[in-house]
Ligand binder design. Structure first.
Ligand code: G3I
Length: 305
């Protein structure tokens, strides 16, 4: 294939990107996005604060814009994200207990219902575990409603949209030896054993010098897959430049292609200047929209094997 999406499709995978609604009027941006990617994640527009700014008053405008841009261009959509400790609207931040649990479940139900039939995969729950060596759940208002809040969210999502794949998504879960990786693994194993609906694990895979592509990355992918879930690389970006960055992108693609249940890769933005890493250069296109060495190595790796 001569584009990322074409090459990935030949390998039975997708290749996606995050899209920001306020850039859909930038033709350099949309030209690259349309040409290269066939899976779209809204970078911010489908988060809780964006979709439910006031309790039970939903604002679908920007989320719908991203979804309709994607679908009208023949692309699929990853939904991001139904339940998260972060990016909660003020009213939700101030809630607790049963009221919060019910508000969270109502959000999951309303949003998954609104987008029913249009979502390839939902990040049902995002970033619910702590960093560091504890392997514990992250403290949050949602966690304080009871340890079963995650499975409650997954059951509500399944009921609202039975056709979407339901994913648990997190960062720093790339290194197989990391306590957080093991904690997510145990969650998925428990869900599969008890019949809690879960179809996929999203590895965000934000890499930099402090958190490089681990040597055991493929082991992480294959270990999750062996639990009977798909694995998706959901928010890939890799700090650096030149051949070192290109080599790291190649390693990520090769690891995914080596695991049959690694079904797709999404990068977290189009050009370096679109990245959430304000001063970084972690993506595949430079600020002028030119292909970087990392683009070429990614495409070659997708075409390889
Ligand atoms: O749109 C407002 C703008 O009106 C305002 O002037 C400006 C002032 O700060 O803020 C703008 O909103 C910002 C928004 O991005 C759009 O640029 C928010 O402050 C800022 O918090 C928000 O950051 C996003 C971040 O998630 C929030 O949690 C990043 O764009 C987005 O890339 C990042 O994505 C996350 C994933 O959802 C989850 N995994 C990690 C990943 C990277 O942090």
């Amino acid at each position: 294939g001569s584009t990322l999406q074409a090459a990935a499709t030949e390998k039975g995978r997708y290749f996606g990107t995050a899209i920001a609604v306020n850039k859909l009027s930038d033709s350099t941006y949309t030209t690259i996005a349309n040409r290269e990617f066939n899976m779209i994640t809204a970078e911010n527009e489908m988060k809780i604060d964006a979709l439910e700014p006031n309790q039970n008053q939903f604002n679908w405008t920007n989320g719908d814009r991203v979804v309709s841009w994607a679908r009208s261009n023949g692309k699929e959509v990853r939904g991001h994200t139904l339940a998260w400790h972060s990016q909660q609207p003020g009213w939700m931040q101030n809630m607790s207990g049963t009221a919060l649990r019910n508000a969270m479940l109502n959000h999951v139900t309303q949003v998954a219902t609104h987008y029913r039939g249009q979502i390839h995969s939902w990040d049902v729950v995002n970033e619910a575990f702590q960093d560091g060596s504890s392997g514990a759940r992250r403290d949050s208002n949602l966690q304080r409603t009871g340890n079963d809040w995650i499975e409650a969210a997954f059951r509500a999502a399944r009921a609202a949209d039975p056709s979407a794949k339901l994913c648990y998504n997190d960062y720093n879960t790339d290194d197989w030896t990391h306590a957080k990786t093991q904690a997510v693994y145990n969650l998925v194993r428990d869900f599969k054993a008890r019949g809690v609906p879960i179809d996929c694990v999203g590895l965000q895979s934000h890499f930099n010098a402090q958190s490089p592509v681990p040597s055991n990355y493929q082991t992480t992918l294959s270990s999750f897959a062996a639990l009977g879930v798909d694995v998706q690389i959901t928010e890939l970006d890799i700090e650096g430049s030149g051949s070192a960055q290109a080599d790291n992108y190649r390693r990520v693609v090769e690891a995914c292609l080596a695991v049959s249940r690694c079904t797709g890769i999404s990068v977290w933005g189009v050009r370096d200047t679109d990245s959430w890493r304000a001063s970084g250069t972690p993506l595949l296109f430079d600020g002028n929209g030119n292909k970087k060495a990392a683009y070429t190595s990614t495409l070659n790796a997708l075409n390889g094997g």
